[in-house]
Write a protein that binds this ligand. Sequence first.
Ligand SMILES: [Zn+2]
Length: 173
Amino acid sequence: MPRDLSTLAPPPLNGRTCTECGAQIPPGFGSCDELFMFILTPLSQRGQDSPEAFRLARLFVDTFGMQHPARSGKSPKSYAAHLTGLACGVEYNCSRWLYADLQKWLNRPAAQSGLRRPVDLPSRGTLTVRFIYDAPDQAEADRRIPVWARDVWEAYAPQHELSRSWIRAASKR
Ligand SMILES: [Zn+2]
């Protein structure tokens, strides 16, 4: 299968504004993806030793993903992965058991799981990755990640029932 290059291209900028999430991209960064990696890389490194940082990194990825669904949630499976991951992070306190159940469920053939991808919501939260970048120090950045995640999750209210139905399907197996 040919590699889908569109999944690798960063979201376009309109001036300094990300066209997908609306973040103002600071000087020195060429795209929202660069800002994402700038924050994720050290957070993931800390996650190797710290379960809390590991959970924050996961939440950070799912939150960013649901603000960029055109790329991060292109397929029904990837959309479901980020939406249920975000739900798990916000509503189930990043339960590692639920993450594991979701991963197993998502890895079944799509035909079995009967996933359909919902349409993108026009509004996907009031905060962006820039809110994390603007934190004055690491502790505050860590504190802000769940705040941002909840803001995005609340914007996805029209898809909460769908997300919960997927979580029920994943956790009853
Ligand atoms: Zn963006």
